[in-house]
Design a protein. Structure first.
Length: 406
């Protein structure tokens, strides 16, 4: 164990994402701020609670997309590509110019940030939060599969065994990292903070469906729209969608697709921390995603845990991790496929009594499926890596036997 510092540990959190709207990184930072002094590095304005934020320019890509960078990727000059991305160079410059000295630990979010984290760490322990399965993050995109996937595999192979801690979102993906790279990640799920709510009262003659997330092609949102249009008038669907990187073009297409159905609406998106309270007014949280790559096939996303904290019933597709969670806690239903006809049949089979029972099950599982137990894992990691007694989990931290994901 490291020598115990006489002050709270100084922690740097690196994420090449807009941290102020990255729900997972925001929760991570909140937990770390409770036990240490946190400096964040990433896109966008400062997240709450951090001691300081070093803002990477929005114009700096997190992958080596310059002509020289693309050439290196094409020639498989992978070591030279590790910190060649404009965002990586900007992060290194910002940390150097800030003159903050050596940190007690550095947190790297996603594979692309790991080499930069090691360069900043200067020998301090690095915790890699892998979120999902990095080698196949966007393999459905040809250019990513041919140019970027080899770099992600190289980073995982070269750096993960050197990390002092590795975490990921679910058992299936943890198993992939263990089999390919010989590391055993701990679980930090995409669970939302516990919300002190109760299931909402039903609306007479209605089953109010809701979906929240990004307006990103490939997530079967069209199928959800078409399925609800095929359902009877009991069903309404509200879609809380954040525009994707296409400046809202795909979201506009979805609105056009639903324009002839007055039972489908597009409320303005809300901040991640407000989702459970806002979604509590609905009955069923829905999500279908085709298995177009490994991460889609094994996804266990933020929204499922948001639905639980909102005390909703849940309806999902045949995705392994989601099905396991729904069945284990009796939270709702899952369809046989992601086809529109199966989605419609699954929804139409729901009764008002079914929905009420599933909402009660979400209420019963809300503590077990909250971020509180994942926070215990984070505090354990900080304690192990820095020797900080303040980071050690308290008596209410969950033990491994309580983790329903295992």
């Amino acid at each position: 164990m490291p020598q115990r510092p006489s002050r709270p540990p100084r922690i740097l959190v690196l994420s090449f994402s807009p941290i102020h709207r990255d729900a997972r990184v925001l929760r991570e930072i909140q937990a770390l701020c409770e036990v240490g002094e946190v400096t964040s590095v990433g896109y966008g304005p400062a997240p709450p609670q951090v001691a300081r934020h070093l803002r990477v320019p929005d114009s700096a890509p997190s992958l080596p997309q310059t002509p020289m960078g693309v050439s290196r990727l094409a020639l498989r000059r992978l070591r030279a590509s590790e910190t060649a991305a404009p965002a990586a160079r900007a992060a290194l410059r910002l940390v150097r110019e800030a003159g903050l000295g050596r940190f007690d630990m550095v947190v790297a979010n996603d594979a692309r940030s790991i080499p930069t984290a090691f360069a900043i760490a200067d020998g301090a322990p690095v915790w890699a939060d892998m979120h999902e399965w990095a080698p196949e993050e966007r393999t459905h995109v040809t250019s990513w599969r041919l140019l970027v996937a080899p770099l992600m595999d190289h980073i995982c192979r070269a750096y993960l065994p050197r990390c002092a801690a590795v975490t990921t979102v679910g058992d299936e993906i943890a198993g992939l990292y263990e089999r390919r790279y010989g590391v055993a990640p701990r679980l930090v799920r995409n669970a939302a903070a516990f919300a002190d709510l109760s299931p909402s009262e039903p609306a007479p003659g209605r089953i109010r469906l809701v979906h929240s997330g990004g307006a990103v092609p490939g997530r079967a949102i069209e199928a959800m729209i078409d399925a609800v249009k095929a359902c009877d008038d009991r069903f309404t669907l509200d879609l809380f969608l954040v525009p994707g990187g296409d400046r809202g073009a795909y979201l506009d297409r979805l609105k056009d697709r639903a324009a002839d159905c007055e039972r489908i609406s597009f409320p303005a998106p809300v901040a991640p921390g407000d989702l459970p309270r806002v979604l509590n007014a609905y009955d069923v949280g829905v999500f279908w995603i085709p298995p177009f790559n490994t991460n889609a096939r094994l996804t266990l996303p933020n929204k499922i845990f948001d639905y639980v904290q909102a005390r909703l019933a849940i309806a999902v597709g045949p995705t392994a991790e989601m099905v396991r969670l729904v069945d284990e806690h009796g939270l709702g239903v899952h369809s046989r496929s992601n086809e529109t006809a199966d989605i419609t049949a699954t929804l139409m089979a729901l009764t008002v009594q079914d929905v009420a029972d599933y909402k009660r099950a979400s209420h019963a599982a809300a503590h077990a499926l909250s971020f509180e137990r994942d926070k215990g894992t984070i505090r354990t990691i900080v304690s192990e890596l820095t020797g900080s007694p303040a980071a050690a989990p308290g008596p209410e931290a969950p033990g491994p036997e309580e983790d329903s994901q295992r």
